[in-house]
Ligand binder design. Structure first.
Ligand SMILES: Nc1ncnc2c1ncn2[C@@H]1O[C@H](COP(=O)(O)OP(=O)(O)O)[C@@H](O)[C@H]1O
Ligand SMILES: [Mg+2]
Length: 375
């Protein structure tokens, strides 16, 4: 049973449709991450949930109650805004207490709960300070404490960590997860960072241009993206795309080969049955950088059927291995990540790489919809 549900939610600003027929449900205790590029409608969706904007169309339900006409303060939602929105003239204590006081919480409860919330975010020693005496990271933790101190029926976070440096971000992420697990309340967490989405979300909704592209667990989105947008957005570096055509490979026992531009990759036997009706179709074949292997290190046999050749343009060392930028004979750029360090002597050389064909994705070149994924 969903604790929160939105159905066909629409928000129109003059010409701009910021939220376009969005539907999703959140179960009690679930943390749903809404992820997508800047301007795709994430903040607007949160503001609709909080009641800060009226919906143009669709329905928002808390439990079985439609809340479209319910005022923000009666929805009992706690929200953390991207720009903190803390009051400069109030102390940290008063800022954190604000939501409690405006709901007429007894003084004693306020005196107990404010330091508790501050402690969770390690700012209990700053309660008497004013916001201007705090660093950005500390201000952000005031905003988090102020939201978490309340017993709300829905928690909303709008990119709360985007202003923090990496170390603080990991710390705050952990704090948010710990608190979330204690409270077990429906939560929507907005970010533009797919890695953060992966780290936090029970499920992730990928949004683009006002529409939800796909909802699923992190592994589901990574393993079976429904379209090019999701495939490209999830995973880093992004998936490589090759414009190829599907042809029968008669010498390969009912096989299918994806070819074009000097590339020829034989589809994995598990895929040929499903792909047979797409013979002759122009497709984009997606190969993730981590599914390309130096032949002698590959966890499968590398043959003519699964080899991709590329000229090495750049070898970038990573902590544990290397990221290699290549291009095919016909100038399609692609990226490979290796767990081994590739020496720079590979520069400008042509190298064969083994493609893990059991992990490729095939998309219709025109619609961008997955042909291989929705098994
Ligand atoms: N009050 C508004 N009036 C007009 N257009 C708006 C308003 N708020 C947001 N928009 C537009 O709606 C789109 C989605 O905005 P927003 O929800 O803030 O995106 P995100 O949070 O994903 O970056 C953007 O194109 C933005 O310019
Ligand atoms: Mg936003």
């Amino acid at each position: 049973m969903n604790a929160i549900a939105v159905e066909d939610l629409v928000k129109q600003f003059d010409e701009k449709r910021a939220v376009d027929q969005v539907s999703f449900g959140i179960t009690e205790g679930e943390l749903l991450v809404l992820v997508g590029p800047s301007g795709c409608g994430k903040t607007t969706t949160l503001r609709l949930l909080a009641g800060l904007e009226p919906a143009t169309g669709g329905e928002i339900r808390f439990g079985d109650k439609v809340v479209n006409e319910i005022r923000p303060k009666d929805r009992n939602v706690a929200m953390v805004f991207q720009d903190y929105a803390i009051f400069p003239h109030m102390t940290v204590f008063e800022n954190i207490a604000y939501g409690l006081r405006s709901r007429r919480t007894p003084r004693r409860t306020v005196r107990e709960r404010v330091p508790e919330a501050a402690k969770t975010f390690r700012i209990e020693h700053l309660l008497e300070r004013k916001p201007r005496q705090l660093s950005g990271g500390e201000r952000q933790r005031v905003a988090l404490s102020r939201a978490m101190v309340r017993h709300a029926s829905l928690y909303l976070y709008d990119e709360p960590l985007s202003n923090l440096d990496a170390q603080l971000r990991y710390q705050a992420r952990e704090d948010i997860l710990t608190l979330h697990r204690e409270k077990r309340k429906p939560t929507v967490y907005v970010t533009h960072d797919q890695a953060e989405a992966m780290a936090l979300g029970d499920r992730i909704a990928v949004m683009n241009a006002g529409k939800i592209q796909q909802i699923g667990t992190g592994p589901e989105l990574y393993d079976t993206p429904h379209n090019l947008f999701v495939a490209y957005f999830i995973g880093t570096p992004s998936i490589n795309l090759f414009e190829l055509e599907l042809e029968a490979a008669p010498d390969r026992d009912n096989g299918i080969v994806a070819t074009g531009g000097g590339v020829a990759l034989n589809l994995h036997p598990d895929m040929t049955e499903r792909m047979r009706r797409h013979l002759g179709r122009k497709v984009k074949v997606g190969v993730r950088p981590e599914h390309l292997h130096v032949p002698r290190m590959a966890p499968f046999e590398v043959t003519d059927d699964n080899t991709l050749r590329g000229i090495v343009n750049l070898v970038e060392p990573t902590a544990a291995g290397s990221t290699v930028y290549l291009s095919t004979a016909e100038q399609t750029d692609f990226v490979a990540t290796f767990k081994v360090r590739l020496p720079t002597s590979y520069l400008d050389q042509e190298v064969p790489l083994g493609v893990d064909m059991s992990k490729v994705h095939i998309f219709d070149a025109e619609s961008g919809e997955s042909l291989s994924g929705k098994a």
